[in-house]
Each structure stands twice: as structure tokens, then as C-alpha cells.
Design a protein around this ligand. Sequence first.
Ligand SMILES: [Zn+2]
Length: 149
Amino acid sequence: MFTMNIREWERAYREQARNLATKFFENLKNEKILGVRCKHCGKIYIPPFSVCSCGSKDLEEVFVSGEGYIETFTICFERMEGYPEPPFILALIRLDNSEVVFPHIVIGVDLSDINSAIRIVRVGARVRAVFKKERKGSLLDIEGFRLIE
Ligand SMILES: [Zn+2]
């Protein structure tokens, strides 16, 4: 599951989480972010998985705010299909308290001066999900993650 490619990540996640993945993506259509909390140890998974790392399958569904932080990031200078015009920022996003990270785009940062941009975008910076107007039930229903001032 460690890939910075959003579509590859989604494909791997769908294969692994199956029905829960479908439910997660259906909720994204309604701008809702679904996770699960382990009733045994309290760990939270966003997006949701059916088994906790503690071995428990007793997980309850929770809706979360879509806020989290940048785990790591890279600035892409190459044109990639389905992504914004380069340069753009690709990051691993960890929503608050989640055991899971997933790749997504950081939006709203002026990249005309890369040096000043990387002083603003940093590991640990807080972000919030911004949804697209038209949503189809995929990770790309989120336009990107915007830095929270
Ligand atoms: Zn657990």
C-alpha cells in the first residue's frame, strides 16, 4: 500500500478492503469521510479496514472531519495523466488519529517560487480535504488537501 500514485493506491485499497472500500467511496460522493475505530484497542483507520492490527475484527464505523496532516511530500515537475499541471505537490496524508496514510495532492500553494513554497509546505503541516463539485465515488472526489492556517 506504499505508493504515491493515487490511482494505484485506490486500486490496491479496493482489492484489500472490498465492501468497506465501496462504502468509503460512496460516502465520499456525499462529502463524508468514513473511518473505523477498533472497539478492542481504539485504533482508527481512515479509510476503513475490516481487521485491526491488534487482530480484532470488532470495528465500529465513524465519520471524521477530513482534517489531518502531511506525513511526507514531494514536488512533481513531470506531467502525469489525471494530475494537475506541474509543478504540483504530492503528499502522503494522515487524517487525524488514523493508522492509515494515503497519497493525495496539496492544493492552494503558490509554486512559482519553490524555495518559499517548501517553507510553507512541511512535514506535519495541517491540512483539510476539499471536495470536487462533481463526485463519482473515488479518492479523486477530493480535489486535494488545503493547508489550514
Ligand atoms: Zn485493535
